[in-house]
Design a protein around this ligand. Structure first.
Ligand code: SAM
Length: 371
């Protein structure tokens, strides 16, 4: 919801209104630096989910929780935390851009959403000086330049929430950029989003493990415009070693989905990417919050929860049917057939026509040729 006020306009998300600089009509995509101090309405679901994750963290912490909106722009995410969360917590909002900081301070003074501390620092400097229980890293493009300092600045049992909008790079459109940034080879294919998300997680894992800390992914998902991961960080060599065991490379000549990769892909995170138990708590928390994207979030939770136990990677009915030169069967037919043959089969949020299964490729082939 938007209201124009001279140089500024107010936007409302959840139960929070903030001033943002007036913009040209907003687009659907990830936005860019040229947009100035930035408010992207397309990221409302991203921010709604961060409210639920922070409330979950507060509910599961014994001490007062320090929450940092590290790359804040207008500060909408941090002000939403201050206004919409309940319990024992304090909010810190940071942006190194002066125009952004001016706006954050205006919002702080005029909106008065509780006790918020505002910083105007380079996030990497701030995270070298102070540590937090929740760190939100929501940059333009790639988060790689913030992960080392976030790994140092996150407290034991804290959560790192991180967005990447360089999806083309992670999906393998620019493989050399992916190798440079993430130290990993991507795979431009039907499963590129899952590979990209796992490359991002693998990168975060390696950065965190350098400091004898380990990660547990809580909620991770991919959209057309961005990837988003929430990982819990635990101190200790044991957690670091356990996490590093989940990093692997998919060797050349293996099948990823139905496609054979012609080069080694990765290194990437091959462990679970959802913490299944969290979804029922997030649903309960969300029922007492005002959230603009609640219905879409619930649908996403259903899918993420369903695929939480599934193995890595998936098939899609349309790519398999073009591979086998048959017409695509209905998803229902695929699910009924694989279940009747005794296999597990799951929907996946990565694709509406995707399915994850423990059935071997010969079974899939037989199904496509006979159904
Ligand atoms: C995509 S915007 C953040 C959007 C915001 N999180 C939201 O939900 O509306 C990225 C912001 O990061 C800030 N930024 C970029 N590099 C930074 C750094 N090294 N330290 C602090 N802020 C930085 C930019 O000024 C910009 O305002």
């Amino acid at each position: 919801m938007k209201k124009k006020l001279g140089f500024f306009e107010t936007v409302t998300e959840g139960s929070t209104s903030v001033f943002v600089y007036k913009s040209k009509e907003s687009k659907k995509g990830p936005g860019s630096k040229q947009d100035g101090v930035f408010y992207n309405p397309a990221m409302e679901l991203n921010r709604d989910l961060s409210i639920l994750i922070c409330q979950w963290l507060i509910n599961n912490s014994k001490n007062k929780v320090k929450l940092l909106d590290g790359l804040a722009a207008s500060g909408i995410r941090g002000f939403r935390m201050a206004n919409e969360l309940e319990g024992s917590f304090e909010v810190f909002i940071n942006d190194y851009d002066e125009k952004a900081c001016f706006l954050i301070k205006k919002n702080q003074e005029e909106k008065k959403y509780g006790d918020v501390k505002v910083y105007n620092k380079n996030l990497n400097v701030l995270l070298s000086e102070e540590s937090f229980d929740y760190i939100d890293v929501d940059p333009f493009g790639s988060p790689v330049s913030f992960i080392d300092s976030a790994a140092r600045g996150i407290k034991n049992n804290g959560i790192l929430g991180c967005t990447a909008t360089d999806t083309a790079t992670l999906c393998g459109v620019y493989p050399r950029v992916c190798i440079r940034r993430y130290g990993a080879v991507p795979f431009y294919s039907v499963v590129m989003k899952e590979i990209g998300l796992r490359i991002l997680l693998g990168f975060i894992c390696r950065e965190v493990c350098k400091y004898d800390k380990g990660i547990t992914p809580l909620v991770c998902y991919a959209t057309d415009h961005y990837f988003r991961v929430y990982v819990r960080v635990k101190n200790g060599v044991k957690y670091a070693n356990d996490s590093m065991e989940k990093i692997g490379v998919i060797k050349q000549g293996n099948r990823i989905g139905f496609e054979k990769n012609t080069v080694d892909v990765g290194p990437l995170w091959l462990g679970k990417i959802q913490y299944k138990k969290i979804f029922s708590s997030l649903r309960t928390i969300s029922s007492s919050k005002k959230l603009g994207t609640k219905n879409v979030l619930w649908k996403l939770f259903d899918l993420l929860e369903e695929e939480a136990d599934a193995s890595c990677f998936f098939y899609t009915t349309d790519s398999l049917s073009s591979f086998f030169k048959t017409s695509p069967p209905k998803m229902e037919t695929v699910f009924d057939y694989l279940k009747s043959e005794g296999f597990d089969v799951f929907h996946t949020h990565f694709s509406p026509v995707g399915f994850k299964t423990n059935a071997g490729f010969e079974v899939i082939e037989k199904m496509f040729k006979t159904k």
